[in-house]
Design a protein around this ligand. Structure first.
Ligand SMILES: [Ca+2]
Length: 372
């Protein structure tokens, strides 16, 4: 799966990893003043209080609801099945089985994303992201006719040169379109320069009209491996957690994102706010509002995991340390705080139909979280 350098002995089956050779670094030579400034400590304190976990999943990567009135939470297993939880109980029969579509589901590959059509209750349509038998990054639509068998239509499959950095988060935006984050293709330091290449669909945020041409259109570039992002439904802010290489993990916020096509998040030239590859001019790129390092002694981590927005707060975590933070925009500044030491291998967060927050533990559980 990963090239040898990406293996870290303290991260079992590290689908997140990223590490690699260090290179000389220096500060970016320039920069556009960010629309939203870097995070300062939050002055409104909260904590997360976990409830009883629900166990029995095979490497879960996501939990979402269908907004269909059923109260179900749909949990994506990396190995390819979608399981449902209702009234605190894991259902026996899977909701959908994508295993026949997948190649490997080891490392960072497998079933990665799920989003329900905004009118799912009426039309039975949902979308999945996965790595296929040729290692490509695929998105498929699934139609579930009442009482019938699911009909799978592959919408596209992006040729992917390496097993890591496969993006795969799917999310309907306030524009009613499907937002699809892709990884840079993989290996380390984006050797093909995909993220900055306008002709490549890798290292991008794609936007797709699933009720129209169903063709991906590039909205943003310069992403490395956006591992979960979320809209603030109230104001249209888009929060993106982008996994770093070997030094910096980053959080970005785009104010009213549907109106901001063409943004560049800087990878592979910038990792966080640091120079990663020449030219390192940050002019014209989105500067992260929050970064944390890979220095564990300084409270750092290894790989960022986003994220859901609750009460204007974007919650994110580190995969290796289990630390959970909240970050929020307050006018032109952002405010951050650490809210929980979960002790879990956090692969994602999710929201149930009632707006309740869940943490997804790659080790096999989902955990309900209350905000106090
Ligand atoms: Ca890849």
């Amino acid at each position: 799966m990963h090239d040898a350098e990406t293996s870290l002995h303290w991260i079992p089956a590290c689908f997140a990893a990223l590490m690699l050779s260090t290179s000389a670094r220096s500060a970016p030579s320039g920069g556009t003043p960010p629309e939203v400034s870097a995070a300062i400590d939050d002055d409104v304190k909260i904590v997360l209080v976990p409830g009883a976990p629900i166990k029995g999943f095979d490497r879960p990567l996501l939990a979402v609801n269908a907004n269909d009135g059923s109260g179900r939470l749909f949990v994506v297993e990396q190995s390819g099945r979608i399981r449902t939880v209702a009234r605190g109980k894991l259902d026996g029969a899977p909701f959908f089985d994508a295993r026949s579509l997948l190649g490997s589901s080891n490392g960072e590959q497998g079933l990665l994303g799920l989003a329900f059509h905004p009118q799912y209750k009426a039309n039975g349509r949902f979308f999945i992201a996965y790595t296929d038998k040729d290692q490509n990054d695929a998105v498929a639509e699934v139609a579930l006719p009442p009482g019938g068998k699911p009909v799978v239509t592959v919408l596209w499959s992006i040729k992917d040169p390496a097993s890591n950095h496969n993006g795969g988060h799917l999310l309907f935006g306030p524009d009613g379109k499907l937002w699809v984050g892709t990884g840079d293709g993989g290996e380390a330091n984006d050797p093909w320069n995909n993220a900055q290449n306008d002709a490549s669909l890798l290292g991008k945020m794609l936007v797709v009209d699933v009720d129209g041409p169903r063709k991906p259109v590039v909205a943003f570039k310069g992403l490395r491996n956006p591992w979960r992002y979320a809209f603030d439904a109230d104001n249209g802010d888009l929060w993106i957690a982008d996994v770093g290489q070997n030094k910096w993990e980053e959080v970005n916020v785009v104010v009213d994102a549907v109106k901001r096509p063409g943004l560049n998040f800087g990878w592979k030239n910038l990792e966080g706010r640091a120079c990663a590859a020449a030219p390192c001019d940050a002019a014209g790129t989105v500067v992260p509002v929050y970064v944390y390092s890979h220095d564990f002694d300084a409270g750092g981590g290894c790989s960022i995991t986003g994220g859901v927005v609750v009460g204007h707060r974007f919650f994110f975590a580190d995969y290796c340390t289990g630390q959970v933070w909240s970050i929020r925009r307050s006018g032109s500044v952002t405010k951050v705080m650490r809210v929980w030491e979960s002790g879990r291998r956090v692969s994602s967060f999710g929201l149930d139909e009632g707006g309740g927050m869940w943490l997804v533990d790659h080790g096999g559980a989902i955990v309900p979280l209350a905000i106090r």
